[in-house]
Design a protein around this ligand. Structure first.
Ligand code: CMC
Length: 431
């Protein structure tokens, strides 16, 4: 049962009544301040949007206190065990899991768009191999608008398939150029998914696009596509994170989906967001190379005068374990064990986690490992270079971005345009 629909509050002796908005769970509640300035002259001040709900959404839900994540109501632990990435993408975009027919036609539509134009190849050719892969991915995604533009919501239906098909190709091209492999087109293979449906095996093909070499049949240890599938699903959506909010803001001004996703990729690149997966491995390597003194690095992270933070720890919403991090840790251990790798970085990560979880500083601030803490270890075991880790995150987050972009348009949300408190000069004259 929900509570009062109105809150009373006083400003300078005047009483105001403000409506309360409730979510599916009654403890998710917000004071609707949309008329606040009109009625009182005040706005609210909330840097970083720590206490601001910017929308109503039905795509994913995080209970940060319990450490729970739901996609369209389904717990992430169930999705991981029962669904493929393509089924998850369908779920996020359409609200329900697909039946066999829906899954087949969804997969087929992705296959239809599984190529990129010669013009894009020409542009790609000119990009130096040393450019950061996130910059390349963001730019090329935006450039795709020239070849796959759309302006109506009907036409935009195709755009979802374009993007699901083309983003992995752009990522694979970037990887191949980086490591000096020949650039080539993709063979689509049919293999069975978790539900034994004949399904376009998105993840297997993604890996094949990355790693296949000429004149050799592509062989891969099944533990790798299985791990990547799980990572893509775990990254698929995470409600109003920075990159998704970026995509939603662009959707609010009716920017097209491709340019909105391109902006999302740029936002994801930041080291406090998706870029943390690269930063975690760099940090662990630094700790290892400087003698492995974990305590010293923990002290640095606690020191307010030192800008260093323990990468892969903390989260705006989770004040308990990030449920994705628990799964990723198990996947990392499984991959390392099945591939027979001895990885000092994994051992160091586990040791660091153990110490940090007992440290009063981190306990008091409720800082737990997040999804990025162990994901880089898996990417590294797969042979993905460090500066491409966040590209892999982007491939996973794509269906979430698209679902949020679509939700904004379907709900006819207003333009996202915050206010500010101006603290610059008062009006003055040029002498
Ligand atoms: N190491 C040391 N101290 C930390 C850390 C950390 N990783 N994270 C937060 N704190 C401290 C912070 O200094 C602050 O202390 P105080 O209250 O004394 O000023 C307190 O904890 C609260 O931190 P905050 O920065 O106000 O919290 P936030 O919600 O604004 O930031 C965060 C969340 C993820 C940006 C932050 O925890 C962080 O910088 N973590 C490291 C980067 C990282 O792993 N990012 C990946 C996030 S998960 C994947 C994704 O969604 O992108």
């Amino acid at each position: 049962m929900c509570f009062s629909n109105i809150v009373n509050f006083d400003i300078n002796g005047c009483n105001y009544k403000l409506p309360v908005v409730y979510g599916t769970y009654c403890y998710e509640k917000a004071i609707n301040i949309s008329q606040l300035r009109e009625n009182t002259g005040f706005i609210t001040f909330d840097p970083g949007f720590k206490n601001t709900g910017i929308t109503k959404s039905s795509i994913s839900f995080i209970d940060g206190e319990k450490g729970e994540l739901l996609y369209r109501g389904y717990p992430i632990e169930q999705i991981i065990n029962k669904c493929s990435f393509i089924e998850t993408s369908y779920l996020l975009l359409n609200g329900e899991l697909p039946n066999t027919g829906q899954l087949k036609s969804f997969s087929k539509r992705i296959e239809e768009f599984n190529s990129i134009s010669k013009e894009i190849y020409k542009i790609f050719d000119k990009i130096p191999a040393f450019y950061h892969p996130m910059g390349i991915l963001s730019s090329l995604t935006c450039i795709l608008t020239a070849f796959t533009d759309s302006s109506t919501i009907q036409e935009e239906k195709d755009i979802y398939f374009h993007l699901l098909a083309k983003l992995p190709i752009l990522a694979a091209l970037t990887y191949r150029k980086k490591v000096g492999l020949p650039i080539h087109y993709v063979d689509v293979e049919k293999t069975t998914n978790n539900n034994n449906n004949l399904d376009y095996n998105y993840t297997y093909n993604l890996l094949k696009m990355f790693f296949s070499v000429p004149k050799k049949s592509y062989q891969i240890n099944p533990v790798i596509p299985d791990a990547l599938e799980k990572l893509l699903i775990l990254h698929a959506d995470h409600e109003q994170n920075c990159s998704t909010t970026t995509v939603r803001l662009l959707s609010s001004v009716h920017a097209n989906l491709l340019s909105s996703v391109s902006a999302g990729i740029s936002a994801l690149w930041g080291r406090l967001h998706g870029g943390a997966n690269q930063a975690v491995i760099e940090m662990l390597e630094n700790i290892l190379n400087s003698g492995g003194n974990i305590k010293k690095w923990i002290e640095k992270a606690k020191d307010k005068k030192d800008p260093f933070r323990l990468m892969g720890f903390g989260h705006r919403i989770y004040k308990n374990f990030d449920p994705r991090a628990k799964i990723v840790k198990k996947v990392a251990e499984n991959v390392i064990q099945k591939l027979g790798i001895s990885d000092p970085i994994l051992e160091l990560a586990k040791e660091l986690e153990e110490i940090v979880l007992k440290e009063p500083y981190f306990m008091e601030k409720k800082l737990y490992p997040n999804i990025d803490f162990y994901s880089g270890i898996i990417y590294q075991a797969m042979g993905i270079p460090k500066d491409m880790f966040t590209v892999m995150f982007a491939l996973g987050r794509l269906p979430g971005w698209m679902a949020h972009w679509k939700e904004m348009r379907l709900n006819r949300e207003p333009i996202g345009r915050p206010r500010q408190i101006y603290i610059g000069y008062k009006k003055r004259n040029i002498h």
